[in-house]
Design a binder for this molecule. Sequence first.
Ligand code: HEC
Ligand code: HEC
Length: 281
Amino acid sequence: MTCPRSLFWLSNAKQPSRILRQPWLAAVLLFVSLSHASVMAQQRLLPLDKVQSGLAFTGPEILELQADDFANPALPYMDKGAKLWSQGAGKEGQSCQSCHGELEAGMKGVAARYPAIDAPSGKLFNLEDRIRQCRVKKQKAPDWPLESDELLAISLYVTSASNGMPVKANIEGKAKAHFENGQKIFTTRQGQMNLSCTQCHDQRYGIKLYTDRLSQGQPNAYPAYRIEWQRLASLERRLRFCYNGVRAEVPPWGHGVMRDISLYLMWRAQGLNIEVPSVRK
Ligand code: HEC
Ligand code: HEC
């Protein structure tokens, strides 16, 4: 994705001006888009039996690195996360562990069902949002900003308690509108490249882009260590990179849109298990 120019072949932009000069065509398109909206509720563009983790597309070096208990570059973050989990902080010197107990006891399966609605505020929280809220409100300790090493490390550590467990997405109730918005974004062309997520990740996964194979854009391995960035990165950071790749305006950090897309991605990833600590190129 370093040279998006050569991605133009993926995009076959429609020419809106020509369409508008042919009213019947505009009417057909309107009909198609309206009927599309009515079946919008939950549309599986990638059939369940085709769902594959990003690991399946990474190649032998990454597979080896990820499986290596010493060389996996995400492991130092796991150690840091474990320290943060048990370290007292804040006014009362409490740690995550003082309230939640051992990681496995307190956090098993939790990461597999985020993003989720935070009942008091009614907002859709991803795991990082939830941890930050606990850090500030319950532990009464200084906030960990998005993408800080601390937040990524604790988030990876918490996620590791769900390793091997199937991803779940609750898209009912208040979450429904978020899911639908995420689905809409996923299927809408955007940016100067005029490409949608679905064109790359549902329709063209498996093809070679430069040296790498395009994956299905699955969220189950995040936060992941990205070799190109030489650090651990959140799913949000990865999504921002895809926005950049199609030359679309990137929403501000922490924006609800990214949570909506993540919820859609988790729904779409059903059938996959959480896989951390993971490595990506
Ligand atoms: C003073 C006690 C306390 C401390 C300290 C604390 N938490 Fe929590 N945490 C809670 C309570 C209570 C909840 C239940 C939901 C709520 O009220 O927000 C919770 C909820 C959570 C959840 C969501 C669980 C779910 O089932 O969805 C996560 C994740 C979490 N905490 C992580 C952490 C982490 C990581 C730390 C340390 C940085 C931490 N918490 C520190 C009390 C605490
Ligand atoms: C031009 C093609 C293209 C478009 C459009 C695109 N991506 Fe990607 N995406 C990539 C490439 C290339 C990668 C890195 C290699 C891989 O995992 O496929 C990637 C990686 C990802 C990953 C990480 C997968 C993993 O296993 O590490 C996610 C999640 C993702 N994209 C989601 C999205 C979403 C959501 C959108 C729409 C907002 C989007 N992508 C749009 C090309 C694209």
